[in-house]
Structure formats: C-alpha cells, structure tokens
Design a protein around this ligand. Structure first.
Ligand code: RFL
Ligand code: PHB
Length: 399
C-alpha cells in the first residue's frame, strides 16, 4: 500500500489532520493500535477554543459542535468559599469557549472519515516506523495475523504520549522537558445538569482543588484533586460527591445535583515537551510531542493548533512545491506549546494543594487569587490565555 501522508494514531490529532488533508486533496491513511470503540470510550477534554471550533468547520465537521456544543462567555473561580465570575468574553473583545466533549468531536471526525471512504486501520499490532531520515519512509504493522507495509512521503506521529513515533527517534536527536505533579485528578461523568451556568468552575480549597464542568445541559463532568497513588475503587459515588461539595462554596455545594457516575477515572498530571517536533520526514503532533496538566483545558486545543500548522505545511508542500512550512513547523508549533505549558503550569500551581503548600502557601495562593479577581490586568491575562492566543501570536511574518 502507498499513501502521501501516513498518520499514526486515530485520536483527535490524527483524525483532524486526516480530514484537513483530505479536504485539500492529499491522500492519507491512519494506522491505529486500538479499536474505534476503545478510542471513543476514553473520556477526556471538554473545552474547545474558538480556533479549534473553526478548524472543525474547516475540516467539514462543524455541524456536531454547532448543534451540540454550548458557547460560554465566562468561567468561575472559587476560593475562601466565595465565587468570582471572570467575564472572559468581555475581557478579550468578544472571544468565547465552547463546551463539547472530546468523545463527541472524535465521533464526528470518525463519521466524516468513513463517509469519505478514507482508510483507517484499527486494531493494528506491532506498529513500527522506518526510513524517516531518508527519502522513502514506511510504516509496518500487523492486522489479522498478517504483516503489512505502508509506503509514504511523510509520517505524522499523532500517537499520543505512549506512542511509537517519539520513541523511534534516535536518543541524541531529541530533548525532553518534564515535570510530574505529586497528585492526580479523579474525574466523574454523570447524567446530571451542570451546577453552574459558567463554562467551568475552578475551586481552590484547603482540602485541594475541585472542578465543575459540563458536556451538555444534562451531562456534567466533575473532578477532585486526589493523591497520585489513589485507587478509583476507594471512591464510591457518595464519597466523591461529599468531597467535591466540601471544596466548593456553600451555595454551590447545596445546589449541586448528584447522581450515579457513568465513568470514573484517575488521571496523573504532567507537563512534558519533546523538542524538536520534526525529524526528517517524521512530524510529531499533539500528545505525542507534549502534555499539559488539564487545569488550563489546553491539551486538546494544542493538538488542534499543531494540526493546523502541520496541515498548512503539507498543503504548501504539495500545492506550491515549497518546503518553507515544513521547515518552520517545529519552531512554530513549539512557540505555542510553551505558551500553553506556562499557562497550564501556572494555573495548576495556583489552584492545587502541594505537599509543601502548608498554611503559608495557602495564604499566598489566596492573595494571588484575590489580586487576580480584582485586577483587570491580571483577569485579562487569564482570560486571553484561556480563550486561546491567536495562532500567529508573536510571529514575525515570513517573507
Ligand atoms: P490521543 O488522544 O492520546 O490519541 C493518540 C492515539 O494514538 C494511538 N496509539 C497508537 N496507534 C498506533 N500505533 C501505536 N503504537 C500507538 N500508540 C498509541 C492511541 O490508541 C490513540 O488513539 O492523542 P492526541 O490525538 O494528540 O489528542 C490529545 C488529547 O487526547 C489530549 O491532549 C487531551 O485529552 C488531554 N487531556 C485533557 N485535556 C484537556 O484539555 N482537558 C482534560 O480534561 C483532559 N483530560 C487528558 C485528560 C489526557 C489524558 N491522557 C492522555 C491519559 C485525561 C487523560 C486521562
Ligand atoms: C472537562 O470538561 O473535562 C474539563 C474542563 C476544563 C478543564 C479540564 C477538564 O480545565
């Protein structure tokens, strides 16, 4: 088999890239280790920047988010048992965020891909990549007991943090930066109406961080910070709801509608960046190249902006026979990645209880939060990062 771009991974990065390339007439095949159902079963992000929504439209899959997404103009911070709305739209000259689950976005992209008759190989075993430092890269994999080889012009490594692409790069050519946080997030999905009309509630409390988010007007997603080695089995639904209530302000705790969980999982928190994001004819995108702690809601949005830069670079290569975009990809994507890394690290540090936070650390966090909600300058800094900085932020135009 031969294609122009071989995409490894059918998560949001790989599926969105495949769709944008298809729209531009560039042939691509996706090789995915898991089954389609398994990919759809992973409950992850829920907040889309406008850039991500625009990209879904550009890819021809905007109908789902237009019908099922909820547009929001504000978020809410809770500390010292008090709520503080932040008018992100007012502070950013009209920008919004949209609540729409990663699961739904993935389903829309999968449906569009199969409607277009594009090849996706699910449940591929022993995926390996070859020859990307030369002119003829290829991908080998097993399917139904048979070995296959896919020849291509380029490989897009969209295979997440534990994928094979980054791991295949020679050790000396890659630099990794990492910070692992000493806690995780316990998340619960439940068919209950969201507690707050705001997009997301971020709560700082002496008991640790809590978060209220939504998937629709009848489905909510809630999280509490938990010890890194905690087990899901130790958390009954009742224990989860009790703990969440204790981290919110009293009125919100009273108002929250609880119900049986339909999903419950613990995610570790990590900041990670691999540099560069290009190795010859191999390009990394999304979680394959970087991880942010979920506090800033940036993981999925960064995957989308990588894909925007990468698809533009491939389109420029095939249409205009120019490699300028390809040569610029890593530098461009990494500039945006580090801005989101900084923001996610900062919000994580401000909102969570660390082992050494203590009384002093708690007071300093509260003082910073108090400054934030009373200073228009700092509120605006939070808002402009939260809605997403422009794709060309800080760039000098290419000649
Ligand atoms: P994904 O979604 O991990 O998809 C990668 C795909 O590659 C496949 N794969 C392989 N395929 C072939 N061969 C191999 N050797 C392969 N190895 C792996 C995988 O099966 C998978 O289908 O990466 P992508 O597309 O870059 O998308 C990134 C987003 O998924 C990610 O940034 C966000 O979900 C991060 N994230 C969250 N972000 C938020 O903004 N808010 C959240 O609440 C939030 N929660 C989360 C998260 C990420 C989590 N991870 C990675 C464990 C919760 C979790 C648990
Ligand atoms: C979610 O809806 O899952 C969500 C929202 C905001 C975050 C993280 C997760 O910062």
């Amino acid at each position: 088999m031969r294609t122009q771009v071989a995409i490894i991974g059918a998560g949001p990065s790989g599926l969105l890239l495949g769709q944008l390339l298809h729209k531009a007439g560039i042939d691509n095949v996706i090789i995915e280790r898991q089954s389609g159902d398994y990919v759809l079963g992973r409950i992850r992000a829920g907040i889309l920047e406008q850039i991500t929504v625009d990209l879904l439209r550009e890819a021809g899959v905007g109908a789902g988010v237009e019908q099922g997404g909820t547009v929001h103009h504000s978020i809410e911070l809770v500390f010292k048992n008090t709520r503080h709305p932040i008018d992100v739209t007012g502070l950013t000259g009209g920008k919004v965020v949209t609540a729409y689950g990663q699961t739904e976005m993935t389903r829309d992209l999968m449906a569009a891909r199969s409607a277009a008759g594009l090849t996706t190989v699910y449940s591929a075993g022993n995926v390996s990549i070859h020859g990307f430092d030369g002119a003829s890269p290829s991908v080998r994999y097993e399917k139904d007991g048979q070995s296959h080889e896919l020849e291509c012009d380029f490989i897009a490594g969209c295979d997440g943090f534990h994928g094979v692409c980054r791991a295949s790069v020679p050790e000396g050519s890659i630099t990794e930066y990492e910070k692992v946080y000493p806690f995780g997030w316990l998340g619960v999905l439940a068919d209950v109406p969201p507690v707050s009309p705001h997009a997301v509630v971020y709560a700082n409390s002496e008991r640790g961080f809590g978060l209220c988010s939504m998937r629709s007007l009848t489905r909510s997603r809630y999280y509490v910070q938990c010890p890194i080695d905690d087990k899901v089995e130790a958390w009954s639904d009742d224990r989860f709801w009790d703990e969440l209530r204790r981290r919110l302000d009293p009125a919100m705790a009273e108002a929250i509608v609880t119900g049986p969980s339909i999903e419950k999982s613990i995610a570790p928190l990590r900041s990670f960046v691999a540099e560069p994001m290009r190795f010859g004819r191999l390009f990394l995108a999304g979680d394959a190249a970087h991880i942010v702690p979920p506090t800033g809601a940036k993981g999925l949005n960064l995957a989308a902006s990588d894909v925007k830069y990468l698809s533009s670079a491939f389109i420029e290569h095939y249409r205009e026979k120019s490699n300028a975009g390809i040569d610029h990809y890593s530098q461009r994507a990494l500039a945006r990645v580090w801005r989101a890394e900084r923001f996610s690290w900062w919000l994580t540090s401000l909102m969570h209880r660390f082992p050494d936070t203590g009384g002093f650390g708690q007071k300093v966090q509260e003082a910073e939060l108090e400054y934030l909600v009373n200073s228009e300058a700092m509120s605006r800094t939070l808002a402009e990062n939260y809605v997403g900085l422009p794709l060309n932020f800080g760039e000098t135009p290419r000649p």
